[in-house]
Design a protein around this ligand. Structure first.
Ligand SMILES: N[C@@H](CCC(=O)N[C@@H](CS)C(=O)NCC(=O)O)C(=O)O
Length: 221
């Protein structure tokens, strides 16, 4: 049986959603974040040496990294390619691109934004203003323009069909949902109608809702 080691309120929500879309059988083992640090609990180190989520176990096989988990699940649970694509096609190449891009390019910028925003908030009261002043140019000159570039790119990529690959909903959309959700909590998306419409359509899907029930708290829905 495939088990998803799922950290509350995290990007591993996508793995549950993928499995729900496929109608696959799976178990969920839920892990709570440390209420103060928001880090994962040490038990996740028993599953994988980096102690992060998502990670899945399937009998004797352990797979970490969301993109690698998606590839494994598509290979083993999507035999009729309802969410994947035929290998060697233009759509397959686009699918590979988005599966890598989501965690390779988009998420590092969004995590950077979160960390640099949290530094002043978590600093002692008297030091907060100083930290904000020091970090303000980092946001303005480095992080914000790079995130804005990504959001423009997503909006343009969705403009034609409303989905990231071809005419139909696919695993690429599930993978990309998290960067878009995370961006929505950090930047104003009101000028990007295709991004907002994409998220609304994702959130309305019955499988997305079913995954929320299995996964527990998720601040980005
Ligand atoms: N690129 C990795 C990122 C894994 C990751 O950082 N997961 C976060 C969840 S959003 C985590 O486990 N955070 C808790 C921690 O760092 O202690 C993936 O996509 O699997």
């Amino acid at each position: 049986m495939l088990t998803v080691h799922h950290l509350e309120d995290s990007r591993s929500q996508r793995v549950l959603w993928l499995l729900e879309e496929l109608g696959a059988e799976y178990d969920v083992r839920r892990y709570d974040r440390d209420p103060k640090t928001r880090l994962a609990p040490p038990e996740l180190y028993d599953v994988h040496p980096l102690g992060k989520s998502p990670v899945i176990t399937d009998d004797t096989i352990t797979v970490a990294e969301t993109g690698a988990i998606f590839e494994y699940v598509l290979e083993t649970r999507d035999t009729d390619q309802s969410l994947g694509t035929e290998k060697g096609t233009a759509h397959a190449r686009q699918m590979t691109y988005w599966l890598h891009y989501a965690e390779g390019t988009a998420m590092p910028l969004l995590v950077m934004k979160l960390i640099f925003s949290n530094i002043p908030e978590r600093a002692p009261l008297l030091a907060r203003r100083l930290f904000r002043t020091i970090l303000s140019p980092v946001h303005a000159q480095f992080i914000d323009p790079r995130i804005a570039e990504q959001v423009v790119f997503w909006n343009a990529s969705l403009a034609e069909t409303g989905w990231f690959v071809g005419e139909a909903f696919s695993a690429a959309d599930i993978m990309m949902s998290f960067p878009l959700e995370a961006a929505g909590s950090r930047v104003d998306l009101s000028a990007y109608p295709h991004v907002r419409d994409f998220l609304t359509r994702c959130h309305q899907r019955p499988a997305y809702q079913a995954a929320l029930e299995r996964g527990g708290p998720y601040a980005f829905a």
